[in-house]
Design a protein around this ligand. Sequence first.
Ligand code: PEP
Ligand code: MN
Length: 338
Amino acid sequence: MIIVMSRQATPIQVKAVTDRIREVGLRPEVSAGEDRSVIGVIGGNAYAYREAFSHLPGIQEIVQITKPFKLASRELQPRDTVVDVAGVPVGGDEVVVMAGPCSVEDEAMLLRTAEFVCAQGARILRGGAFKPRTSPYSFQGLGETGLKMLAAVREATGLRVVSEVVTPADVELVARYVDMLQVGTRNMQNYALLQEVGRSGRPVLLKRGMSSTVEEWLLAAEYILSHGNREVVLCERGIRTFETSTRFTLDLNSVPLVRELSHLPVVVDPSQGTGRWSLVRPMSLAAVAAGAQGLIVEVHPRPDEALSDGAQSLDFENFGRLMRELRCLLEATTSQPV
Ligand code: PEP
Ligand code: MN
């Protein structure tokens, strides 16, 4: 349930409502909008308590949230959330490009890649130090050594850094080195991990589970939000379908759909989503045209030598082309109609 305060409601009236919510054993989540506050009332069967608030001044209306996710829903917060990744806003007017290798392999290669993607306009460097690989015999990542390389390259270039965390015990370690924690597709329903990143105080990039519905994905976001972390960026990265000619099927329906259902920013990963470098550029443009507020793209100086995901990684030339075309697309779509 949400309690919509009137425009004239005073801070004291808002406080009286949040106090009453706690008195009846529920939890308030205040979302202060530009012209009014909206208070989410969290707890089982909250709507049954609506009469407990009817006498309080400053309330405009009490609305039942119809979706199973509450804090993530547009019903609770009509305006877009802008996530602050160490000074880089994700979900605002700018389409934010995150780029870099699938895995951190060595510092020289990471620095070269970072300098190139930064010069092309990327704002955030990606690179896995802990890799959740389907096979236990595949490269598992450099661990803390890789995180140190990311931190060093962050200092050298000014790029922000996103990297994956695969287990709750490592959240504190990874959060020490990076600006945004990535929760991968294989961990979207790892509820212990979601709770831990919810307590981490770092922005979270939450990939969609490859076999998850949009509702399950938003409920995973709800775990993070309900543990006190409002800084969640959703990432569509493709789902399993009967189609086998691409690695996954990049579900771009979800982009405008999630933007209707939720106030959280949505970005797209066309690298995992297609599995083929030649499809990454067109699907990136399609994602942004569909409303994606950012992209996360794998880039490698020598994709044929990459330790993971070389087949879906762009070389420098193709990443440069993508950025040029993205700029043209943005100019075309954000220009005023004549
Ligand atoms: C990745 O970004 O390299 C990755 C492993 O992503 P996902 O969890 O979407 O497969
Ligand atoms: Mn990858």
